[in-house]
Design a binder for this molecule. Structure first.
Ligand code: DON
Length: 580
């Protein structure tokens, strides 16, 4: 489906003449939209805030806060509720990252999937080196070893306040008693029908009678309810050993996969040092490798700040040009990244002042660089020195949680483990599965991210926290390579230009990822004059409709909580009043 979409978007590419014709025809109108893009106000309250992809899961998170749970309790309960009501991305069969500030302590948890022990570098290539169909995306060969069962449990074990069973129970109830099928879920099932049908195990549950369940009908998931009950009682071992792990191995083997029960048993979530940096007077914490999002974000704000971003006119060509130039370089550096054990560069090197100064020195203010000519770290350092879902929660005690979890593509690899009731991910495509060729998100990736058994595949996820005095922001999103660029723009609108939260999320965005060498713009992101000027500077500009979906919460100076979801996708945000 996404491949088809990409092709459609490719066909929609608006090159110079077409773009200019359209924008000059609707010039005045477009200009107004750029300035006035906000839709509706964020939810606002004083006791805590939750934003997630679905209203049912946001409500679960808010209920947990009302019951006296902290931000981690709420985030984990929300994630588990998403695993039931948002099967496209919410998961037990996937993985993710969490960045938290709990009781003043900063921490980040990596529960990213790993390649199974039997995986190998060229497993997605035929003997001639050509990619084998869609093996890295559809079917269990695409699945990494799930990290969510261990990750969500570990996050709660270290920071949760309520009993584990109380945190899992809302999701178990949703699965056991059922939830209404929304028009959104019906639509996703319909558009993925062809790939879901390939697996009878999946079709039996999600395409009963050969079609998606009717909008408004009640969906009960008894196998998933039983899995969640076992998880509530025994923690991750209920899923990573015994009958569930055996069922995963059985269905994976049946459809040509490599996952073994022993892979599940040996999986461990890892606490890592959060990536901290300053941005326009705010302190930030994001995810380091194996997520690339934090490094891309830190490079972006670091370079923009030193290049005078704050003083440049909003929505003008200078700012758009700088974003393209900075991202072109940051995503070129991404080529070197991978699991920390195989990465050819790390946050320490890529954020060192000398490297940022060198990058800065190569940016011309009036001319686009060519992506093909961007040199990579460290050869050119002149002086030698050394379908995703984001949950944002803030509670009334100053705790913050940014948690992004994913199956990669919508419904992961489309294969449902029948006895367990959940989908397996398609995260193996985030490796350089077919070196030199673009992945699902058009990313060209390097040797550092080649498939290696037991290693984590590089991610673009960017769960991020920011704070200044009593103010705080929690932000993240879904959308593959578009996540870090979207998160950066939302933060720039908030921290530099003082937009209200919802406006910052609503505003049309830009995206550049080094290769392809194209500046992508949502339909009304650029005024006709700005687009014309960017083209004059040498940018190829393409209008597209596929930007990331960002969910965020914010704590204002007067201790008002705001929560906002992205109107581009499913999303729901809510707040509570203080509990006494
Ligand atoms: O980790 C990554 O970068 C991707 N697997 C994220 C996938 C994603 O955001 C899908 N959502 N639309």
């Amino acid at each position: 489906m996404k491949r088809r979409l990409c092709r459609r978007i490719g066909a929609m590419r608006t090159r110079l003449f077409l773009a200019l014709a359209i924008v000059s025809a609707f010039g005045a109108l477009l200009h107004i939209q750029v300035v006035d893009a906000a839709s509706f106000p964020a939810a606002s309250g004083h006791g805590g805030a939750v934003a997630s992809a679905e209203s049912v899961s946001t409500e679960v998170g808010l209920d947990v806060l009302r019951a006296g749970g902290n931000a981690v309790d709420a985030a984990v309960a929300t994630a588990l509720a998403l695993a039931v009501v948002h099967p496209e991305a919410g998961n037990l069969g996937g993985g993710g990252f969490a960045v938290v500030r709990m009781d003043g302590q900063l921490a980040s948890l990596d529960f990213r999937e790993i390649a199974p022990a039997a995986a190998s570098r060229n497993m997605y290539l035929d003997p001639e080196g050509r990619p084998i169909g869609d093996a890295s995306l559809i079917g269990p060969l695409a699945a990494g070893v799930p990290g969510s069962p261990a990750g969500l449990f570990e996050l709660h074990k270290r920071f949760g306040k309520l009993p584990w069973t109380q945190v899992v129970n809302p999701a178990r109830l949703l699965a056991a008693e059922g939830f209404p099928v929304t028009s959104r879920l019906h639509r996703s099932l319909s558009s993925e029908r062809e790939t879901l049908e390939r697996f009878p195990e999946t079709a039996r549950v999600w395409l009963p009678g050969g079609r998606p369940p009717a909008i408004g009908s009640r969906m009960r998931l008894p196998a998933l309810a039983a899995t969640l009950e076992a998880y509530a009682e025994a923690g991750p071992h209920a899923l990573t050993s015994g009958p569930v792990a055996e069922a995963i191995e059985r269905v994976s083997t049946k459809h040509g996969g490599l996952l073994k029960a022993s892979d599940l048993e040996s999986y461990e979530a890892v606490w890592r040092q959060p990536l901290t940096f300053d941005a326009f007077g705010w302190r930030m914490a994001s995810m380091d490798l194996p997520a690339s999002g934090g490094i891309i974000l830190a490079q972006t704000v670091g370079l923009l700040e030193s290049l005078g971003w704050r003083e440049m006119p909003r929505f003008g060509a200078d700012r758009a040009h700088l974003l393209a130039e900075v991202w072109r370089r940051a995503f070129a550096d991404r080529f070197l990244m991978g699991d920390p054990a195989s990465s050819e560069a790390d946050s320490k090197g890529l954020l060192q002042p000398e490297w940022l100064a060198y990058r800065r020195s190569t940016i011309q203010s009036d001319r686009a660089s060519l992506s093909a000519a961007i040199a990579r770290w460290p050869e050119s350092l002149p002086t030698e020195s050394s379908d995703t879902t984001h949950i944002a929660v803030a509670d009334g005690s100053g705790n913050l949680v940014a948690l992004t979890t994913t199956l990669n593509d919508t419904f992961g690899c489309r294969l449902l483990v029948p006895e367990a009731g959940f989908f397996l991910n398609s995260e193996m495509d985030d490796f350089a599965a077919s070196p030199g060729r673009p992945n699902l998100y058009g990313l060209i990736q390097g040797e550092a991210n080649a498939v290696r058994p037991g290693h984590r595949m590089l991610s673009s996820m960017s769960p991020t926290l920011g704070w200044r005095g009593s103010q705080a922001v929690v932000v993240g999103g879904r959308g593959g390579s578009r996540i870090p660029t979207a998160v950066a723009q939302v933060l720039l609108h908030l921290l530099v230009d003082g937009d209200p939260l919802q406006t910052a999320i609503d505003r049309p965005r830009l995206h550049h990822q080094w290769l392809p060498d194209i500046l992508r713009a949502e339909a009304d992101a650029l005024s006709p004059e700005t687009m014309q000027e960017l083209v004059r500077r040498g940018h190829e500009v393409e209008i597209w409709t596929r930007d990331a979906k960002v969910n965020a919460v914010q704590v204002l100076e007067d201790e008002t909580f705001e929560a906002a979801a992205d109107p581009r996708g499913p999303g729901s945000a809510g707040v509570i009043e203080p509990i006494h």
